[in-house]
Design a protein around this ligand. Structure first.
Ligand SMILES: [Fe+2]
Length: 368
């Protein structure tokens, strides 16, 4: 039995946790840069809570609220330049995966005068600024991971960077911040969290420790499944989803993802499919392809979700993602070859070739 286990983030969970624990922020310095999207911070109430806490602590702050969905290198470079010029001491990321991942890049760029593409070297002369993460979706788990996923227009794909210094120092998880999410975003992000747990659990790098978190996350998703399907999502369910998403982040912090994410990224880049929804489209076929190699774990996933078979799981995912997509032969070839370059290929439970990825995509999508 061998494992390494480390989550370098101090997590506070529960209603009002930011206000109750704002003294945690006091030691990070005199000036904060809040990194957020155009609306999620404001709509969720998280931005107001954070600025109020900073004011009460007499900490100066600036707000950068121009983080795009699936932030590009250009986007984080712009924010990073401002952080450097303004000499901020720490970063607060508020939002879904996009602002949280962007805040990690900004934390590096604020103290390292490098080209944004050099983020992917994963080693920096100066230690990134401390990050406070406040998720307003229950999906990414980025608040407890050392990863930042950015869009690279130069290679036409999404790509992650990260090292142990990128873990947020503190995360405040308050399900009230997810209450303003529309139904589709709630579902898409919940599926992203489920995919983190499933991909981590079935991953070649899974350990006895990461499995504890994965099993719990999948089980909690199972408890929420009927509510997700019927759009009966109250505060109690939102808390469970936020908890589950955090667990999923803790899983992939140790295992990484698999080809579900590897094949999902080109679907997001080229077809604009939201990240979690792309994963949801692929998850059942991923489990089918790998079934013999992970039989016990795949059966356990179905049991934890209270689902009878992989076919039934596929139907449920289809209902949740509710998207028909047709791809051309050329697109399938391109997406499979892009997926094959993803680092997770080596972590897939079974050896997987480009031709297998073509088959997976053809089983999922209509081909024209
Ligand atoms: Fe993800």
């Amino acid at each position: 039995m061998q494992f390494k286990f480390r989550i370098a983030t101090k997590v506070f969970f529960g209603e009002g946790c930011l206000n109750k624990n704002k003294s945690e922020i006091a030691g990070f310095g005199k000036k904060c840069m809040i990194v957020t999207g155009r609306s999620s911070g404001k709509k969720s109430g998280a931005l107001d809570d954070m600025t109020k806490a900073l004011e009460e602590l007499s900490i100066d702050y600036i707000i950068y609220d121009k983080i795009e969905n699936n932030p590009s290198l250009e986007n984080v470079a712009d924010a990073g330049k401002i952080a450097r010029e303004e000499k901020v001491d720490f970063i607060a990321g508020i939002g879904g995966g996009s602002p949280l991942d962007a805040s990690k890049a900004v934390a590096v760029l604020a103290v390292n005068d490098i080209q944004p593409v050099e983020l992917f070297n994963n080693a920096f002369d100066n230690r990134p600024l401390p990050i406070i993460a406040i998720p307003t979706t229950a999906g990414t788990g980025s608040e407890v991971t050392p990863y930042s996923i950015l869009t690279r227009n130069d290679i036409k794909n999404k790509m992650s960077f990260g090292n142990d210094d990128i873990f947020p120092a503190v995360a405040f998880l308050d399900a009230r911040y997810t209450e303003s999410l529309p139904y589709s975003v709630t579902v898409d992000t919940a599926i992203d969290a489920l995919s983190h747990a499933v991909e981590g659990y079935t991953n070649k790098r899974s350990t006895i420790m990461s499995d504890i978190f994965a099993v719990e996350a999948i089980s909690v998703f199972g408890e929420c499944l009927d509510n997700l399907l019927t759009n009966k999502i109250d505060y109690r369910i939102r808390e469970k989803l936020l908890y589950m998403a955090m667990l999923g982040g803790m899983v992939i912090s140790h295992t990484g993802t698999t080809i579900v994410h590897g094949l999902g990224y080109p679907l997001t880049y080229y077809k604009g499919i939201p990240h979690g929804r792309a994963n949801g489209m692929l998850m059942a076929e991923y489990l089918k392809f790998n079934y013999e190699a992970i039989k016990d774990k795949a059966d356990n996933i179905l049991r934890l979700l209270r689902v009878g078979s992989l076919d039934e799981f596929g139907k449920i995912m289809k209902k949740l993602v509710n998207t028909e997509l047709s791809l051309s032969e050329d697109e399938i070839t391109l997406f499979a070859s892009t997926g094959a370059k993803h680092r997770s290929v080596a972590q897939n439970p079974r050896d997987i070739a480009v031709s297998d990825m073509v088959s997976i995509l053809k089983n999922v999508f209509k081909v024209w």
